[in-house]
Design a protein around this ligand. Sequence first.
Ligand SMILES: CSC[C@H]1O[C@@H](n2cnc3c(O)ncnc32)[C@H](O)[C@@H]1O
Ligand SMILES: [Zn+2]
Length: 436
Amino acid sequence: MPTEVIHCAWLLTMAEGAEPIPDAYVKIVDDKIVEVGPWQDGVAADADVVTDARTKLVLPGLVNTHTHAAMVLFRSLGDDYPLYTWLQEKIWPLEANLTAEDVYYGTRLAINEMLCSGTTTFADQYFFMDEVAEAVAESGIRAVLSRGLLGSDAEVETKLEEAIEQAKKWKGKADGRITAMLGPHAPYTLSPAALRQIVTAARHYQLSLHIHVAETRDELEEIGKNYGKRPVAYLAEHGLFSRPVLMAHGVWLDEGEISYLAKQKVAVAHNPSSNMKLASGIAPVAQLLKAGITVSLGTDGAASNNRLDMFTEMRTASLLQKVANNDPTVLPAETALKMATIDGARALGLGDQIGSLEPGKKADLIMIDLEQNHLTPCFNPASLLVYSARGSDVAAVMVNGKWLVKEGRILAGDEEKVRTAAAECAKRLAQLQQGK
Ligand SMILES: CSC[C@H]1O[C@@H](n2cnc3c(O)ncnc32)[C@H](O)[C@@H]1O
Ligand SMILES: [Zn+2]
């Protein structure tokens, strides 16, 4: 079992109550962290490798808790629409032509973008999930995969069977880097019967649920018109919250719903860039946090963001809450970082494995190059990361004890091939859309 010691300028462990440590080290054996602390003579005595990171800040890998990775293929094909128009007139017609190969290359491209900007785990809800799993396995990233479930009851029944088979098949695969959730799409794309069927399966197979909820005012109106209630009440009526839920968006939630979700231990994946770009609204993040809800961050797909950069999401989440609450003390940098790391891990049910750099956890970490104009001086590492840094400042990335990125580039060496293949897929899909 190889032992590696990283000697860094600053270490942010994100362990509960821990302060940033200057001149620090992380010791890794195989795929796990075994020690962290201030650098001292002798800490590297038994190391096979000592990595000199004395110009770098080391922190846990970022956790993107809501995306549709392969949607990078649609980047800039549907800009500047509200959600329903965007889905119905732009995205779903494009997705109707997706092939397994498109999703494989789209996901590989998205993973390369995410890794290079510091994401080490992502939660994906999409189609052709065997190909997504293959892309995850090959790339070395960690992921929580949900086959998207929507459509007629008959379609959902078939897709649910597929989702369960996939969840069984991937369990423990890719050195344990892949886990699964069930992915009911949204209250407005599933009938009550389909929802109940998904919940029954989730209970039977002990799976969590990853679902879009209360994203837009249109959704509130539609569910109100069809069922005479708000989305949370509609989902509650059909048992959704009897399983652990990762709720994407949660923009249109009232006080009563917030207390209910806190009681049910629902985690909310906040997607500030997507919510702003689609003009969906501003999620009540400050109120969710106050109620004790685990709030994590997500990019959503690259067709509604249009980046997969968690540094953008940390900064945007913080600035948006300050302006929404007319209070600059709301969502400080430390909270944004928590949302992108340890609370992201908790939202995915992986809080005991990743999200902080502590002995016994998996070695998923990133390094930021501090020797740059916009990151000088380094008085407060958390502030620097959230307000000043960007994804391109990520110098190196380790997942499960393996270096995947060094000097800002993917080590596997097939970045260009993936980019070329994905661009070809995107071109074909765009041409099909235009009827060429
Ligand atoms: C069932 S697979 C996922 C499905 O979700 C669509 N999607 C992408 N972004 C959003 C969003 O912000 N709200 C709702 N649905 C979204 C994606 O295009 C797939 O069809
Ligand atoms: Zn989404």
